[in-house]
Design a protein around this ligand. Structure first.
Ligand SMILES: NC(=O)c1ccc[n+]([C@@H]2O[C@H](COP(=O)([O-])OP(=O)(O)OC[C@H]3O[C@@H](n4cnc5c(N)ncnc54)[C@H](O)[C@@H]3O)[C@@H](O)[C@H]2O)c1
Length: 328
């Protein structure tokens, strides 16, 4: 979600990330050594889970992809194969045999399962990417924390739920190995992974997660467990302010988009971005933060917008429904 601006990654943004990692590595005092991560279990075979599985397998990790539904797993496997075929075509142009070999070799490292507790029993890292529902995630981790090896890192890919809240009912040892690993959509293309550190997480766990993110060819940005982490905390107010400009009739959606693309160098205007993300998703996150988000309750940046509410009510949710701020 909200991944588009990350495409315009600038050297200054990367240098900020690099500085934060440098300061992190000098202050880190590892309580114990984490094992090197080679076996990953990804729970949730949807859009994000299948992307994470694909990227990990591409970078030589052994992956088990888990879902409650076999149909979802078959779909996830289909997404991965289709995405890898596109990569293979670019990489091996007219050599069809090399293309097939490339796809088969990567897919051979991915196994599928509908049994989460069995699937985590040998994992070094468990990444959860199931529906965005606190109760579902808490119940899942209550099981996984017992079934996974004691040293396995437990991670959630949530976009909007506090990481500490997902882990709140776990025992202390599990809280120390629990972090956020926030990937961006589409996972194979998007370079950033936010590594979210709770106040209870061991430094060695964060360090190991950073190393994993680099090992799969992504760039980590380490941040504290606060609403929206880095990217969404900055993007949501930007999108909401754009909607308020429109509500006040300052300019048309087209002119605001043109202004931000040509005047600020953004790859998409805020309304194109809203439509891409999904207006229902934006409303869900903003309303949640405004009502109860830690430190964000009542913040005017996240106050409800009549315009947004109306569009969602009309089913104009953006690109996915063919209509949002624009018609597609
Ligand atoms: N879609 C995005 O742009 C995006 C970006 C970053 C993070 N996220 C986060 O990633 C997570 C997944 O998002 P998605 O877009 O891939 O969702 P999705 O709906 O495409 O996939 C979710 C999958 O989880 C499965 N599932 C549900 N409950 C389960 C359980 N108990 N055990 C195993 N599998 C279960 C569902 O069958 C489904 O296949 C959410 O937390 C979301 O906030 C999404």
């Amino acid at each position: 979600m909200y991944s588009v601006l990350a495409k315009s990654s600038s050297s200054s943004r990367l240098s900020v990330v690099a500085r934060s990692l440098a300061s992190f590595s000098t202050t880190a005092s590892s309580a114990h050594q984490q094992p090197t991560i080679s076996r990953i279990t990804v729970i949730g075979g949807g859009q994000m889970g299948s992307g994470i599985a694909q990227v990990a397998a591409t970078n030589k990790h052994e992956v088990t992809l888990v879902d409650v539904s076999q149909a979802a797993l078959d779909r996830g496997q289909g997404y991965m194969a289709a995405s890898l075929k596109r990569v293979a075509k670019k990489k091996y142009a007219t050599d069809e045999q090399a293309q097939a070999q490339f796809v088969d070799e990567i897919m051979s490292r991915v196994s599928l399962s509908t049994k989460p507790t069995d699937a985590v029993s040998r994992a070094d890292l468990v990444i959860e990417a199931v529906v965005e529902n606190l109760k579902v995630k808490q119940e899942l981790f209550a099981q996984l924390s017992k079934a996974a090896p004691a040293m396995a890192i437990l991670a959630s890919n949530t976009s909007s739920l506090p990481i500490g809240k997902i882990a709140e009912h776990l025992d202390d040892a599990s809280k120390r190995r629990f972090i956020g690993l926030h990937f961006f959509n589409p996972v194979p293309q998007m370079k950033l992974v936010e590594v979210v550190r709770t106040s209870e997480a061991d430094e060695a766990v964060v360090e190991s997660a950073v190393a994993f993110v680099k090992a799969i060819g992504k760039s980590p940005a380490v941040c504290k467990d606060t609403p929206g982490f880095i990217v969404n905390r900055l993007l949501l107010p930007y999108m909401m302010e754009a909607i308020r400009l429109l509500e006040r009739d300052v300019a048309s959606a087209q002119d605001i988009d043109t202004a931000m693309k040509l005047g600020a160098g953004y790859p998409m205007g805020p309304f194109e971005l809203c439509d891409y993300v999904g207006l229902d998703t934006i409303k869900f996150v903003v309303d949640g933060w405004h009502a109860s988000g830690e430190g964000l309750a009542g913040n005017p940046l996240f106050a409800p917008s009549k315009k947004l509410d109306e569009l969602v009510k009309q089913g104009r949710l953006g690109v996915k429904t063919g209509k949002g701020f624009y018609d597609y």
